[in-house]
Design a binder for this molecule. Structure first.
Ligand SMILES: NC(=O)C1=CN([C@@H]2O[C@H](COP(=O)(O)OP(=O)(O)OC[C@H]3O[C@@H](n4cnc5c(N)ncnc54)[C@H](O)[C@@H]3O)[C@@H](O)[C@H]2O)C=CC1
Ligand SMILES: O=C(O)C(=O)COP(=O)(O)O
Length: 388
């Protein structure tokens, strides 16, 4: 029996796929796999038996990726699985920033008991007039799964769209409408955009990427939308830009005390991926990826180990996975141990990603304790798994 711990609510559409060899547990110390959404894992101790963490979602800033890699714990995410949900909320955010929807609806609620509400509404409505998004310019920062969907949808809504992403993958670029204008300078995007939307991951390099300078060069009266992470926007700079009217509205999915103290904000409680469809998609993808890793050693969509696919574990013989540092001479030391104990390698894959590497080997006989002990003793080996 394998045990899986869920640190957040994970859709049963995913966990139901685990099958009868698995059991959900509340005790993480017992778990070989963890399913998580936004729960903070940085200060958690990683139990010895933990093999995999699957983030049912995109952002992995809540997970200590390097610490996990060094402990031989593979971390997965689910690229694109919640992108449509976020796209729809971004479009909603853009409309909320453009029309008097929230204050208008609040006015109606406040006057709910008035018998003359119909007549009064006709007088009141001029206070809630807005502008259309068609014909306006949207700057999309980050053209990955979400950014590309937002950019394409905005084109369909008649907007001019500027796209900025110095690291865009070829695959992501192919998904973009040819009508999206590729701009290589962030200042240009900000200077020209009536609306700016940010879709980049939270990393050290993106912390405060929308700061005092960016808000200074931004088009006066623009709306900024942040459905990515709070750390991407410098709060002090945003508060000042809102006060000065340089930014008309800040729409953010991240409620913090600093943001709540700002004027002209529309703040949501991290609702971007909170749709039934996205929760199901993410849970299914996270579960299947983790299951394939636990059962076959295959790695797909990991954010701290390389991809590796050797198909199902062989029916005869054995499969061993070695999670190790990406340093010279590892492969020869690993294969040397197989020679020393007289184990015959039928098939082998060795891949590296950043500081981490992964070597998976199929044998014509089951792995022995001696083999595992010798592999584990190699300096730089983080974990040895007998997959089968
Ligand atoms: N509000 C919510 O509920 C949700 C928020 N998110 C957030 O949105 C982020 C993006 O999600 P996806 O589009 O699915 O990720 P993705 O990985 O498909 O796309 C991220 C894009 O950002 C680009 N990028 C990285 N650094 C950049 C920089 N300095 N300047 C411009 N572009 C840069 C990358 O090249 C990539 O194309 C996630 O990391 C997460 O933080 C994701 C899903 C739900
Ligand atoms: O996928 C992401 O990055 C998200 O921000 C979604 O977070 P959630 O799963 O709703 O806690």
């Amino acid at each position: 029996m394998r045990y899986i711990n869920c640190l957040n609510n994970i859709s049963a559409k995913g966990t139901d796929l685990l099958g009868s060899d698995y059991q959900l547990t509340d005790d993480i110390a017992q778990a070989s796999g963890v399913l998580v959404r936004s729960a903070a894992m940085h200060d958690m101790d990683l139990p010895e038996g933990l093999l995999a963490v699957a983030r049912a979602g995109a952002g992995v800033n809540n997970i200590p990726l390097d610490k996990c890699a060094e402990a031989g714990v593979v971390v997965f995410n689910t690229p694109g699985a919640n992108a449509n949900a976020v796209k729809e909320l971004v479009l909603c955010g853009m409309l909320l920033a453009s029309r008097g929807i929230l204050p208008g609806a609040a006015w109606c609620r406040e006057h709910a008991d008035s018998p003359t509400i119909g007549k009064d509404a006709e007088k009141a409505k001029k206070a809630f007039a807005g502008q259309e998004i068609s014909g306006k310019t949207l700057g999309v920062i980050g053209l990955g799964a979400i950014g590309a969907l937002v950019a394409n949808a905005a084109i369909d809504l008649g907007m001019n769209v500027l796209g900025y992403d110095p690291y865009v993958s070829a695959e992501a670029a192919w998904r973009l409408s040819p009508s999206v204008e590729h701009v290589t300078n962030l200042d240009d995007v900000l200077h020209r955009s009536d609306y700016v939307t940010i879709h980049v991951p939270a990393m050290d390099s993106t912390r405060g990427m929308i700061g005092a300078h960016e808000l200074e060069v931004a088009k006066p009266g623009c709306a900024v939308m942040n459905f990515s992470r709070d750390t991407l926007v410098d709060n002090a700079a945003m508060a000042e830009a809102l006060e000065a009217g340089r930014v008309a509205t800040y729409v953010t999915d991240f409620a913090t005390p600093e943001v709540m103290a700002m004027q002209n904000t529309i703040v949501l409680p991290h609702l971007g991926a909170s749709t039934a469809e996205a929760e199901d998609n993410c849970a299914i993808m996270a579960t299947l990826q983790m299951k394939d890793y636990l059962e076959n050693g295959n790695i797909k969509n990991s954010v701290n180990y390389p991809a590796c696919d050797m198909g199902p574990a062989p029916a005869q013989g054995g499969r061993v996975a070695v999670l190790h540092a990406n340093v010279p001479d590892m492969l020869s030391q690993i294969t040397g141990v197989f020679g020393e104990v007289g184990a015959n390698i039928d098939n082998l894959t060795n891949k590296a990603r950043g500081n981490a590497a992964y070597t998976m080997l199929d044998l014509n006989a089951p792995a022995t304790d001696e083999l595992v002990a010798k592999l584990t003793a190699i300096e730089g080996v983080h974990r040895v798994r007998i997959v089968k």
